[in-house]
Design a protein around this ligand. Structure first.
Ligand code: BGC
Length: 459
């Protein structure tokens, strides 16, 4: 079967995504305060290539050109995040007018050319001043976050109608407060559990604040998710896979759906009771207008008695003889279908938007051109699975590519290139890749097709 954009319907939201720390640069300009990432990247050995997001894509200064590029590629929706420490350099206290001015200009630039802004309120760059007071581990974060979110909706809510509260809470609490390989580099279960619980509370709190301010706004929050298979039919592997699934795919969405934490499959989560206060369970729930699904790969899990809390481990994709990306992730388009079906199965999900999907491959820029055919195939195959889900009754109403352009990929630095646009970081020069042109043609014309099933060797 051959499909085009029209098969998704006229109201489907097509877009691209970015995040402040990964693209803005201008890390200490115009009154911005430091964030946990500004500090973390300067510690030895934290970022693989030793780089920082100090300058990133210089989007802070080049946003007009970038918005024009989005326009020229026919992409109608742009998802970006606000850097909390541009608005509040100290996390709370006085507002930084220049930071507010920047986001006003960015929002207005989008609207002026007919691009709808979709704002993520928190994409991992906590103000450092708040981390010094304990960050996500300190329950005070609920007050800091309330102040920050209400300020943002008051400042920008006259023009911004699409909001996402958090970006992937599992990743920023797991990598940042349990494993320590993301900012702020904290480790251990006693950091992770309170950080997790406070993030869960903030996720719904943020939703309520926006709804109170603007009942018409479309409010969501985003979740990382990956289909998980057991390494074998052995019941030990199956149970280990279920524990990982509860941790990676269920821990944040289920409390938001009013189902509480999945403690039956993830017994360690029961210890969150140490941090529970009256009404918390009720307050964890919120009826989001949409859930943001972010999917890249799948995981395979095997039993390992020695692994604390989980008694299991991920079998690396490179050991499984599968197609790999620069991140070492398996290319697995069916996974997005499976996760869409699972999210849909939650009773309280009203609508799902794929707020991130994309891939890093080794792109080469030759003679001013980037022929990233593998990314074109990747996007086509994942988008086709999104359509399959839609046709099978999943209320999936949007798809955003990660990412607009190559950017600072956290602990992996600048090597993985996820963009539809190639960035020459020395010159800060943007070069639209073949995938960007393909996406653009696909969005513009009802005649551009999603191709038929790709051959395995195409990746
Ligand atoms: C994050 C992005 C990140 C992307 C690719 C998501 O986990 O939201 O910030 O760049 O995946 O790793």
């Amino acid at each position: 079967m051959i499909f085009t954009k029209d098969d998704f319907g006229p109201d489907f939201h097509w877009g691209v995504s970015t995040a402040a720390y990964q693209i803005e640069g201008a890390h200490n300009q115009d009154g911005k305060g430091p964030s946990i990432w500004d500090q973390f990247v300067k510690k030895k050995g934290k970022v693989q290539d030793g780089s920082t997001g100090d300058h990133a894509c210089n989007h802070y200064h080049q946003y007009e050109e970038d918005v024009q590029l989005i326009r020229s590629l026919n992409i109608p929706n742009y998802r970006f995040s606000i850097a909390w420490s541009r608005i509040f350099p100290e996390g709370t206290g006085p507002i930084n007018p220049d930071g507010v001015d920047y986001y006003n200009r960015l929002i207005d630039a989008c609207l002026a050319v007919g691009i709808t802004p979709w704002i993520t309120l928190y994409h991992w760059d906590l103000p450092l001043a708040l981390e010094k007071k304990g960050g996500w581990v300190n329950r005070e974060i609920l007050n800091w976050f309330e102040h920050y979110v209400s300020t943002c909706v008051r400042l920008f809510g006259d023009r911004v109608k699409h909001w996402m509260v958090l970006n992937e809470p599992m990743v920023f609490t797991g990598a940042g407060y349990f494993l320590g390989y993301h900012a702020p580099g904290k480790k251990g279960i006693n950091k992770f559990l309170p950080a997790m619980h406070h993030a869960t509370l903030c996720q719904s709190l943020g939703g309520r604040i926006i709804r109170d301010f603007d009942p018409e706004a479309t409010i969501g929050t985003t979740f990382s998710c990956s289909h998980i298979d057991p390494a074998s039919e052995d019941s030990k592997d199956i149970k280990a896979a279920q524990r990982f699934d509860a941790l990676l795919n269920r821990l944040f969405i289920e409390p938001a759906m009013g189902m509480g934490y999945p403690i039956q499959e993830l017994p360690i989560a029961k210890r969150v009771e140490d941090y529970l206060k009256a009404d918390d369970e009720k307050n964890m729930a919120f009826d989001f207008d949409f859930v943001g699904l972010q999917n890249y790969t799948r995981e395979v899990v095997k039993y390992n008695w020695y692994m604390p809390y989980l008694q299991g481990q991920i079998v690396k994709a490179e050991e499984r003889n599968v197609d790999l990306t620069t991140m070492g992730w398996e290319v697995y388009p069916q996974g997005i279908y499976k996760m869409l079906k699972r999210f849909q199965a939650y009773e309280n999900v009203r609508s799902i938007i794929v707020t991130e999907n994309g891939v890093a491959f080794e792109d080469q820029c030759e003679d001013g051109q980037v022929k990233d055919i593998k990314r074109v195939r990747f996007l086509q195959s994942y988008i086709r699975e999104v359509l399959r889900a839609k046709k099978n009754g999943v209320k999936v109403d949007g798809y955003f590519v990660w990412s607009l352009m190559d950017n600072f990929e956290w602990a992996e630095g600048y090597e993985p290139r996820f963009g539809l646009i190639y960035n020459d970081f020395q010159l800060q020069k943007r070069i639209v890749k073949e995938s960007g042109y393909w996406y653009s043609r696909f969005l513009k014309s009802s005649k551009v097709m999603l191709t038929d099933e790709p051959q395995k060797s195409e990746f």
